[in-house]
Design a protein around this ligand. Structure first.
Ligand SMILES: [Zn+2]
Length: 234
């Protein structure tokens, strides 16, 4: 693929560019919105040019940077390996976590957002160990089972599954080196484990407490949780 800024300031891509959108999660096309003018690029001859695109699915802006490869009389060629400038922080409902676990999980997800994938893997192990130390003795087995189930349902390939499991649960040796694709699976698996253990259980307990409260008000007649209630818990 080649990218050009033409003399008339027109932006030209030889083929459409598709990427996963950090805002909406869709794997979709990036549509050009704005680029530096031909005149400015030719005059200032920068090493890099900043470009603005938008997501074809959700319309959110996407900021990218391209190396300036060649400045010609009719057009300026930009390198095709565009780098995303904006990094989206991973979100989690941190309010449900104990303080020490919250701090570690925040730093773990920040490593991922920064693209420091091996730092992220190392922090995954540390954060999982800290969380498990605060739980009962069977928690590690439950997490392992839960992880295997999630990876199976999502049809994650065997090599990636083994890497993710080793990062989280292997004892002794340092976590293995991971690729960006493995990191993408790992971050979702990690958030799922923490969500199930902290967020979901807390929401379930709150719902049960509420149910007992209303049962008490209605003279002890306990009715089953309605479907809306369960949807709220999911
Ligand atoms: Zn989007």
């Amino acid at each position: 693929m080649a990218i050009y800024v033409n003399k008339n300031n027109g932006f030209e891509q030889t083929e459409p560019m598709t990427r996963v959108c950090p805002h909406c999660g869709a794997h979709t096309q990036l549509l050009p919105v704005a680029n530096p003018s031909f005149e400015i690029l030719a005059q200032t001859r920068p090493k890099h040019a900043g470009l603005l695109f938008r997501c074809a699915a959700c319309n959110e802006p996407r900021f990218l940077r391209a190396a300036v490869r060649a400045i010609g009389a009719e057009r300026i060629e930009l390198a095709p390996n565009l780098v995303e400038v904006e990094r989206i922080r991973e979100r989690f409902q941190y309010g449900y976590l104990p303080d020490t676990v919250e701090q570690l999980l925040r730093e773990t997800l920040d490593c991922y957002s920064l693209g420091a994938h091996n730092a992220f893997a190392t922090m995954c192990r540390r954060t999982a160990n800290t969380a498990l130390r605060g739980m009962d003795g069977a928690a590690k087995h439950r997490w392992q089972d839960q992880l295997i189930e999630v990876l199976r349902v999502c049809e994650v390939d065997a090599v990636t599954a083994e890497t993710v499991e080793s990062v989280l649960f292997a004892e002794g040796a340092d976590p293995p080196t991971i690729t960006p694709d493995e990191a993408a699976v790992l971050v979702e698996a990690l958030k799922d484990l923490f969500y199930q253990s902290y967020v979901r259980t807390a929401k379930l307990r709150a719902a049960m407490k509420m149910r007992r409260f209303f049962a008490g008000e209605n003279g002890g007649k306990v009715t089953s949780i309605d479907r809306e209630g369960w949807r709220e818990l999911a």
